[in-house]
Design a protein around this ligand. Structure first.
Ligand code: EPZ
Length: 420
């Protein structure tokens, strides 16, 4: 089941439900380690990555179950930590497993987490996670490809300055600091909406946190955290993906539950490219105004243009009037969608970490191959707008980040089917 066929040319119109954010759900599930009381999450997206995180937490000793009669609601409880190891075979499948590091040290005083290794889009080291945990008093050893972290006497609050606003490092350190003795400040912290959502959940669990969403987060450690229920923030990357899919087909959709401010600067970039984005009753409307206009973007940490929307924006600019310069500043290898878009007739020239896209009238259907999560969905956008019927291979990547993608697109008029 790793092929999808899309017949391009249909205009997307209607309502698209936006789920809880994958990149919020993954750290949020890990907060269950921080307390022995039950934590309940609503709007948990049904994604392969979420299932991987749930499996890892169960190995650690977290009971996790979907709540009967409440779709999308998961309850987790870590009465006691049974195993402080996050094994290689789980971490290599999903690098966000590294987000159990901070909670495990804070709760159990030690953690043994496999180094995640690189992935298709880059080497993605975790040096900032580790140096921050050392600032909090943990001892860190790297042996046999594992991080072995210890803090037998607990963590102590400290001032931590991140050399870059790493999302994962901010999340690991924020979670660890909630149970440290004393005050922690994280300077040059990531400001993504998923960080704000994580802090909101931790505060509901009894943590004392100020400044989430700004460049400095201050945490006063507390002896223990308690039960809470938390509804996960809407997925801005899923929403941005469908906004651009609608625009690519000249359509008009309602992104149900999406709030415009979650897009950050991406909203301005999409508007300058010719999208209409407006908050309306029930969510955010996304439509194409008139034509699509070539626009330059440079990916930046939030509130800048999200790197996770770069591939999708490139697909859209392939059929815009004029040229677009797209520069990727976050990851070192995030243009793997370019050769596949080129096979569909796109005109793209890559120079280092910039791609010059010259708009062409229309793309042509072709068999293409997905390489990573966001590159996969950029090919879906291209296929929806292309002339003819495209087959996308290796689309298991999609299942990591897009819940019921075919169903949601078919419901607004796409001709899309998953092939055996
Ligand atoms: C999160 O990854 C997201 N994943 C990514 O989404 C997203 O692209 C990224 O943030 C940036 O927004 C999840 O939230 C699960 P980073 P993360 O730490 O935390 C370098 C998707 O498609 N770095 O902000 O790994 C790193 O190499 C995924 O949903 C260090 O050098 O991102 C990268 O170049 C892809 N040392 C840059 O910082 C470190 O210790 C940003 O990484 C940590 C990061």
């Amino acid at each position: 089941m790793d092929k999808i066929r899309i017949k391009g040319g249909n205009t997307l119109r209607g309502r698209i439900p936006i789920g809880g954010a994958k990149n919020a759900a993954l750290p949020l599930l890990a907060t269950s380690i921080l307390t022995d009381e039950p934590v309940r999450f609503e709007r948990v997206p049904d994604l392969a990555d979420v299932s991987s995180m749930r499996r890892l937490l169960q190995v650690i000793g977290v009971e996790a179950r979907m709540v009967a009669g409440k779709p999308g609601t998961m309850e987790l409880r870590c009465s006691e930590v049974l195993d402080t190891t996050a094994p290689y075979d789980l971490v290599r499948k999903m690098r966000a497993s590294v987000l159990v590091l901070g909670p495990l040290i804070a709760r159990a005083g030690e953690a043994r987490v496999s180094l995640p290794g690189g992935c298709a889009i880059g080497t993605r080291p975790i040096d900032l996670h580790l140096s921050g945990l050392e600032r909090l008093g943990a001892t860190i050893e790297l042996t046999d490809g594992y991080v072995h972290a210890k803090a037998p006497k607990g963590l102590k609050g400290a001032s931590i300055r991140l050399t870059m606003p790493s999302v994962g490092a901010t999340e690991n350190l924020l979670m660890a600091a909630t149970l440290a003795q004393g005050e922690t400040s994280i300077v040059n912290a990531a400001r993504e909406p998923e960080i704000v959502d994580l802090a909101r959940c931790l505060v509901a669990m009894g943590a004392k946190i100020e400044g989430a969403g700004s460049e400095t987060i201050t945490i006063q450690g507390v002896p223990a955290l308690h039960a809470a229920t938390h509804a996960i923030v809407p997925d801005r990357i899923e929403a941005g993906t469908y906004a651009m899919a609608a625009a690519a087909t000249g359509g008009d959709v309602l992104l149900e539950g999406m709030r415009l401010e979650l897009f950050g600067a991406a909203a301005e970039s999409m508007s300058s490219a010719g999208l209409v984005l407006e908050e309306v009753e029930g969510g955010t409307r996304a439509a194409r105004a008139n034509g699509l206009r070539g626009s330059d973007v440079m990916t930046q940490p939030f509130p800048g243009f999200a790197t996770d929307l770069q591939a999708q924006f490139m697909a859209l600019m392939c059929i815009a009037d004029g040229a677009s310069m797209i520069t990727e500043t976050i990851f070192e290898n995030r243009f793997m969608h370019v050769p596949e878009l080129t096979r569909m007739g796109a005109n793209i020239t890559v120079q280092g970490n910039s791609a010059l896209v010259r708009g062409v009238g229309r793309l042509k259907a072709a068999p293409v191959m997905a390489t990573d999560l966001r590159a996969s969905v950029s090919l879906v956008i291209a296929a929806l707008a292309a002339e003819g019927s495209s087959e996308l291979h290796r689309i298991y990547h999609l299942d990591r980040g897009y819940e019921r993608l075919e169903g949601k697109l078919a419901a607004v008029g796409a001709e899309i089917e998953r092939l055996a």
